[in-house]
Ligand binder design. Structure first.
Ligand code: ATP
Ligand code: MG
Length: 453
């Protein structure tokens, strides 16, 4: 049914606003929704093109299901947290460096991904170890062999902590590895009771097998220590110490919104922390036995900064039916191909909805144009600043106006100020004539019918 209806009613149950469709007479007046329980999204946009105002913030202001959002500057939290709470969401902010003004900052101990410790499987411990050991990261300086050996050592140390400690943390894992020689040299035959922390407890010797010669052992240990260094700062260690976020609730798909805040100047040094959070949260989603009522929306801004995260590829390509929608954001296609050299095509093919905000360089434009070929009705270089190309694999693309929460009437009154802008812009509200598109199941990209004159 066409017509102007209230903003809430206009949004389909699983709808995410992708843009405003162009009318033949000119102007962009009807919303284009990405619909369906399944269906990942991908946005390719140069810096400053409008991912925040056009995608991430509009999604958080309207998405009724649980959400996990990478929020480097904490601006998504500032602008949308009130609205998320008003929608019945419990808001958590993982913000170890205190970027936001949130008083009760959340923390998350990745050991929770193992479930009850007594039943923890070695395979899950391996997943946890790989979340902290980013293979190939050191490969320019080091042979990746050492990363792989270090991952095995960390897995053994995790198992050791699970067996010996009441509430193990990653700091304990580091301590055990750091004191590896001490633990292995003073071998004793008694079995001490579990203790609270590796710093204070009396522990059995930690002597993983197959560590080789003294020199090999030193290399493996120092690689593991290097890779674990990011947790040693007080703020980060505190944020990993115990969990204020109940992973069971994430698993059940309860109404929870989690903001993952890591300032841009720490993204390079602490990208592993973000990876660790994401892998821990995706691990909880991966334990689902049935899809929740509403999928969890995972907004992965600056996806390239995380390096290759296999769990993200898995979520996009294999986790159908688990109730997760992953929306990744990239600066250009070359960046995607560089970070995911083996999986970039699968990521594109398995993302049901694509947004392309133009390109900042001739080379990026050429690559994009080649990928889109004749699916986009206009050359990508001819898009105006407020336009984007929408595309769904296997379908014709279209050009739409970017959403903008600051000026689109449907978001009026829902958002708070962005602290990065001292004065909010003059709001020239665009009174859109939006309409209802009911979701009839499946993944549909609705381009409203063009009006004929
Ligand atoms: N609250 C605001 N007030 C005024 N201008 C804003 C506000 N928020 C964003 N802008 C402007 O809107 C444009 C798009 O900003 P946005 O934050 O969405 O970009 P982005 O693609 O997310 O950039 P980045 O790569 O820096 O994350 C920019 O020119 C920005 O300066
Ligand atoms: Mg942004």
């Amino acid at each position: 049914m066409e017509g102007s209806v209230s903003p809430v009613r206009t949004q389909p149950k699983h709808g995410l606003l992708l843009g405003w469709a162009e009318k033949e007479k000119g102007g962009f007046q009807k919303p284009v929704w990405a619909e369906g329980e399944e269906g990942h999204l991908i946005t390719v946009a140069p810096t400053g093109a409008g991912k925040g105002v056009g995608c991430i913030i509009p999604a958080l202001l309207t998405w009724r299901g649980p959400a996990i959002v990478i929020d480097p500057k904490g601006e998504n939290y500032a602008v949308t947290a009130r609205r998320r709470r008003d929608m019945g969401q419990k808001v958590h902010v993982l913000d170890p460096f205190g970027v936001t003004d949130c008083i009760q900052r959340a923390s998350l101990n990745p050991f929770d991904m193992l479930g009850p410790l007594k039943q923890a499987s070695y395979d899950d411990m391996r997943v946890l170890a790989h979340a902290v050991i980013q293979e190939k990261v050191l490969s320019t300086k080091n042979d990746p062999y050492w990363d792989s050996r270090a991952a095995s050592l960390v897995t053994d140390a995790i198992e050791y902590c699970v067996d010996h400690l009441i509430k193990p943390t990653l700091m304990d894992v580091r301590t055990v590895i750091e004191n590896y020689d001490r633990y292995s040299v003073c071998a004793t035959s008694f079995s001490p009771a579990p203790v609270a922390s590796a710093h204070h407890g009396i522990l059995e010797p930690f002597a993983p097998l197959g560590m080789g010669t003294e020199r090999t052992r030193t290399s493996i240990t120092s690689t593991a220590m290097d890779q674990l260094n990011f947790i040693t700062g007080g703020a980060v260690a505190n944020s990993l110490f115990h969990s204020t976020i109940d992973l069971k609730k994430v698993e059940r798909g309860d109404p929870i919104t989690i903001y993952l805040v890591l300032p841009p100047n720490k993204l390079f040094t602490h990208a592993k922390l973000l990876r660790l959070w994401l892998i821990t949260l995706l691990g909880a989603i991966g334990r689902r036995e049935a899809a929740p009522k509403l999928p969890t929306l995972m907004l992965v801004d600056e996806a390239a900064q995380l390096g290759e995260v296999k769990e993200i590829t898995t979520a996009i390509t294999l986790m159908r039916g688990y109730g997760v929608k992953v929306w990744t954001f990239w600066q250009d296609l070359t960046q995607l191909a560089k970070v995911y050299p083996h999986d970039w095509q699968s990521i594109l093919n398995n993302s049901a909805f694509h947004q392309y905000f133009g390109a900042s360089t001739p080379m990026a434009a050429r690559v994009l144009q080649e990928y889109l070929a004749d699916t986009c009705p206009r050359p990508i270089t001819s898009l105006k600043n407020n336009q984007l190309a929408l595309y769904r694999p296997g379908h014709k693309g279209t050009v739409a106006r970017m959403p903008n929460y600051l000026t689109d009437a449907m978001f009026a009154g829902q958002f708070d100020a962005n602290p990065f802008y001292t004065s909010e812009p003059e709001l020239a509200l665009v009174d859109e004539d939006y309409e209802v598109h009911e979701d009839k199941g499946g993944v549909l990209l609705h381009f409203p019918a063009r009006e004929h004159t």
